[in-house]
Design a protein around this ligand. Sequence first.
Ligand code: ADP
Length: 498
Amino acid sequence: MAEDRACLLAIDQGTTSSRAIVFSLKGDVVATSQQEFAQIFPRPGWVEHDPEVIWATTLATARKALADAEARGWSPIAAGVTNQRETAIIWDRKSGRPIHNAIVWQDRRTAPQCRALAEAGHGDAVLQKTGLVLDPYFSATKYAWILDQVPGARARAERGELAFGTVDSYLIWRLTGGQRHLTDATNASRTSLYALEDARWDESLLELFNVPEAGLPEVCDCAADFGKVDEALLGRALPITGVAGDQQAAAIGQACFRPGEMKSTYGTGAFLLLNTGETMTQSANRLLSTVAYRLDGKTTFAMEGSVLSAGATIQWIRDGLGLIARAPEINALAEAASDDSGVYLVPAFSGLGAPHWDPDARGAIVGLSRESGRAEIAQAALESTAYQTWDLLDAMAGDAIETRTLRVDGGMAANDRFLQRLADLCGVETVRPVNTETTAWGAAFLAGLGAGLYESLEEGRALWRADRTFSPCMPESERNRKRAGWRAAVRQVSAGGG
Ligand code: ADP
């Protein structure tokens, strides 16, 4: 095989679709395949996926992308996995069959359990150990719910008959024909069961959340030996050598390898991850601490902030208000807005995320006058994502972390007007890379690292290239005035906001 035809398979198992992308070793996309799958909403606030569908779509897209790549003379060397995080699955070790649907990260059914733990005063200890707030978002209470609700499950788990896992673990299990029950440190760090500084499952947390250790996977580095894909599945025993949760994979794909380097992914929501280096940094301003990656047994930490509605706000302008037919049309509409309209849209459709963490807040458009119209609302929608990013940067500034540059990706990063506004309102440079498939590329790069095709993270840095940089050009007085207007608008919708 000619070295320059070597390639890497990235499996990117997301919340609404499963994707597979084959990359050259330089990070160019060689082949891609994607399948959307059904969201299951058994009750309000409940969100499930069928694990068999997760598996079937993953396998089908991996096969398709590999076949396309091979038909054009490419040779796959290794596979990496990245995935929707926190989503919890429990399956039978013997039959491989899931005992319940996957409980998805968005699912709120375990809110009462989290409230009870908070009321019993466990919030601080959980935060100290895991970097996470007590919230149904994370996996631990989801595992416990399945064990308590499926008849006989808890006893079977205690006997070691059941396996628990986030989506990465489940896929590794299936891909290796049931040979390996593993996870990586980034996925483990989203369960509420993993002690960040000790880098292992924590006995007191397992007890607190009532999750038996017998069911949990072994926690590995992000670049490691995760076993070989069963030859019958993909026609070859491809080694799995890289794994990371989706936001961490994006940070790796964006080459955020030094303390202070930060990426923000603008999809349905927005997720900002800041590399904080090799010592765990706790935020005093309600941002989460998490594992950025673990390599050669050494953990690099990150601080994370999540915005619940980013691209979803543009979708609402499209589908809820019907002001545009396609997301990119938002720019033509916003173009006509007067620059200082005083109109703010607070997109708290399902509450506000970090740093507000206010599940009860609801959205509002404030500051309307007779001059306000569709254009001003469109502009306010674009700006709302920029202001929410600034809320996170401001929380970080409160933690003595100053940032100059934000690396962006995700669907909204295609929008130049948004990226300029983001730079202006946040007062930081925003940089879009040439390769915007950062999540899948992060998994592929880890796989290459694990397979020995790359020597160090520095090679990832060398492969990262900027496409376009947007520099702030708004006068500071205007920026401050607008920020004050945003804070006032947030105060109007949120009990603890602003
Ligand atoms: P996800 O991975 O969460 O499904 P994507 O990264 O695919 O999201 O991004 C899709 C989101 O980006 C949608 O919510 C859409 O409204 C928004 N979006 C896509 N293109 C644009 C654009 N040109 N301007 C603004 N928003 C956009």
